[in-house]
Design a protein around this ligand. Structure first.
Ligand code: ZN
Length: 194
């Protein structure tokens, strides 16, 4: 992903505008020239934790930590052993950010995991009363997903929605990434979960 400038749209804790890699690296908001900081009053974190409780249950300490870092607009890799809830966390965060009209990309190693994450999204959306569209257009949150076992018509619908940017959450296997790179050009993502 060299040379890709990741912008966290609307997540600067100082000015509320976009955050770019330059600002994150220096730890300074370029619009107000102030250091990027975070206070416990951060409303977005509280809102997310409420959201998480409704969708999944009480968040673990590490999940709260990840939430603060992501919602502060920091770029970071959540390193955790499997079973600690990284995937369910990333899925819930993507759904939360969709409510703020921010796009996320969840990349998974296998078709099985892609189907599992789509299943989580359906479950959480139902618990939260969110209307979810999966590989189709509609009001509410739109999820598009891709793996090699999709039927031809499903694949065509996926490509169309991706090209038209008519989605909030993109879920694919990692195999999809190299061949899809031209399709992703110019896309602003708020969360990339690998
Ligand atoms: Zn700023």
């Amino acid at each position: 992903m060299d040379g890709v400038k990741v912008i966290y749209s609307g997540l600067c804790p100082i000015c509320g505008r976009d955050l770019d890699i330059y600002e994150i690296t220096r730890g300074v908001c370029r619009h107000k020239n102030l250091p990027l900081y975070w206070t416990p009053e951060d409303k977005k974190v509280d809102k997310f934790l409420e959201f998480f409780k409704k969708a999944i249950g009480e968040p673990r300490a590490i999940q709260k930590f990840w939430a603060r870092r992501i919602l502060r607009g920091e770029s970071f890799a959540a390193v955790a052993p499997t079973g600690i809830g990284k995937t369910s966390f990333g899925t819930a965060m993507a759904l939360f950010l969709a409510g703020w009209r921010k796009k996320s990309y969840i990349i998974l190693p296998t078709t099985l995991l892609v189907n599992q994450v789509v299943g989580y999204l359906r479950k959480y959306a139902e618990a939260l009363g969110i209307r979810l569209n999966v590989n189709e257009e509609g009001e509410g949150v739109t999820v598009i997903y891709y793996h090699s076992d999709l039927k031809k018509n499903e694949r065509e619908k996926f490509v169309q929605l991706l090209n038209e940017r008519k989605f909030d959450i993109l879920v694919t296997t990692s195999q999809f990434l190299p061949k899809s790179f031209p399709l992703l050009k110019g896309l602003t993502l708020s969360l990339i979960h690998i």
